[in-house]
Design a protein around this ligand. Structure first.
Ligand code: EPZ
Length: 420
């Protein structure tokens, strides 16, 4: 197991953003909808992507992955079972259910288990697919689905916590061949879902409303292969913005899509940073001499993303005053709080609320990453803290950030990966 050794650092220079993991994963699953070859560019080389490659190979795809380009072709025989040994390592594999059902009329995908960021049910995925006419039951830990033919329907997909990103992906992919028009109301509006819809359209699907809560899908007979480029990773870009804020460093971020970052840039400005977007969409972040406290509520897009709550909390630990964070998507996603407090932060958590009392300094410590975004927050805290920090279990960060230590090193960070 690797760990990071980090010292307090000042960052400067520019960093370039890779393709979005959370856009690439459902798009990879969508290739199950065709037997033709798909070429997908700007795919980040991450553990989760490699896991999805493994799952697609089991399901009958032949894949090459070089220099951030995936070439996905079909083998002669297709399979419809996504095994537990692979699904358990990554919940996103559950979004193979929709395309398998649409293409092969049957699917057996292991139910994803518990998750460190809190309960993550799949009831909306199942409700949506059942409404399309699928017969779904759970057998020995597997979600088994079959349907002679799926039927066009008007489906309301809202849940107790609003829209669901991957349930929208599953139902959208399942409905591409239905006879007539399917409507998904309360669809997720995240750029990753918009990107999936654009990919499906490029394959020949008839979809309107992508990026809005109302998707209309007119069934087509078949989909073809295509070439496609994945959108930039907005969470990676914003993680670097948080690193700049926490360390009081002026940085330039290239290759991001500022239009996907509106809520984040608003928060950064409220924290006192000056934010500039160039004509080429480069982002320039220049923090002020201190961080203003702010209140943040995580919400579905275009609200502030839950995937950035931990990283911005790390910054607010050094704010000049009290900030309130309300986690409305995953009310238990606070594993990083205890670790940040071990570095001298003043955070009190009660249910979905965290009150962050800003401190003048954080202090380096031995800290443990618990999940992907929490580990990014600990790295940021380590860069801002006095002295040396050791972040263990960095395999979490490898799931979602490509070469993070190299990118940070290029910005001048004192960070080293060592074997534990
Ligand atoms: C996606 O997960 C992302 N994963 C997550 O990113 C992200 O945190 C999340 O969306 C929210 O933005 C991928 O895209 C691969 P949801 P997803 O269904 O789709 C509830 C990361 O760090 N819900 O949109 O699984 C759910 O409990 C990961 O990169 C139901 O109630 O999340 C939550 O409260 C972690 N029933 C809310 O909806 C369901 O059937 C939104 O979750 C499904 C979800």
């Amino acid at each position: 197991m690797d760990k990071f050794i980090i010292y307090k650092s000042k960052l400067s220079g520019e960093v370039s953003i890779g393709g979005s993991k959370n856009a690439a994963l459902p798009i990879m699953a969508a290739t199950l909808l065709t037997d033709e070859a798909c070429v997908i560019d700007n795919v980040p080389d991450l553990r989760d992507i490699r896991t999805m490659v493994g799952i697609l190979e089991v399901l009958g795809k032949e894949i090459s992955f070089e220099k951030n380009t995936l070439v996905i072709k079909s083998k002669k025989s297709r399979k419809f079972v996504a095994p537990y040994r692979l699904v358990k390592t990554m919940r996103a594999s559950f979004c193979c259910l929709g395309p398998l059902l649409a293409k092969q009329k049957k699917a057996k995908v292991a139910l994803p288990g518990g998750c460190v960021i809190g309960p993550r049910p799949v009831d909306l995925h199942i409700k949506g697919l059942r409404e399309l006419g699928a017969d779904i039951y759970v057998d020995k830990g597997y979600c088994c689905a079959q349907a002679k033919s799926l039927l066009a329907k008007h489906i309301y997909l809202g849940g107790a916590f609003g829209s669901s990103v991957l349930a929208t992906a599953n139902v959208l992919m399942a409905s591409v061949f239905t006879k007539g028009q399917t409507v998904i109301e309360y669809a997720a509006c995240e750029p990753e879902i918009e990107c999936l819809a654009l990919f499906l359209k490029k394959m020949g699907a008839d979809i309107t409303g992508e990026g809005s809560p109302l998707l209309r899908i007119k069934g087509v007979k078949e989909l073809s292969g295509c070439n496609f480029k994945i959108i930039p990773d907005r969470i990676e870009a914003a993680t670097f913005i948080a690193a700049g804020l926490a360390t009081g460093s002026k940085i330039k971020i290239t290759g991001a899509e500022p239009l996907h970052l509106t809520s984040v840039l608003e928060v950064a400005k409220n924290m006192g940073a000056s934010v500039m977007v160039s004509r080429d969409s480069d982002l320039f972040i220049k923090p002020k001499s201190f961080i203003h406290p702010v209140n943040i509520t995580t919400l579905a897009y275009p609200g502030f993303p839950t995937d950035l709550q931990a990283q911005f909390m790390a910054c607010l630990c050094l704010g000049k005053g009290i900030s309130l964070i309300v986690e409305k998507i995953y009310p238990d996603r606070f594993m990083h709080v205890a670790e940040l407090n071990r570095m001298g932060a003043g955070i009190q958590r009660s249910g979905p609320y965290a009150v962050v009392e800003g401190r003048k300094k954080l202090y380096g410590a031995e800290i443990m990453a618990s999940d992907l975004r929490a580990s990014a927050a600990l790295v940021i805290a380590g860069l801002a803290a006095e002295g040396k920090s050791e972040v263990s279990r960095v395999y979490h960060i490898d799931r979602g950030y490509e070469n993070i230590e190299n990118k940070l090193e290029k910005l001048g960070a004192k960070i080293k990966r060592v074997k534990q």
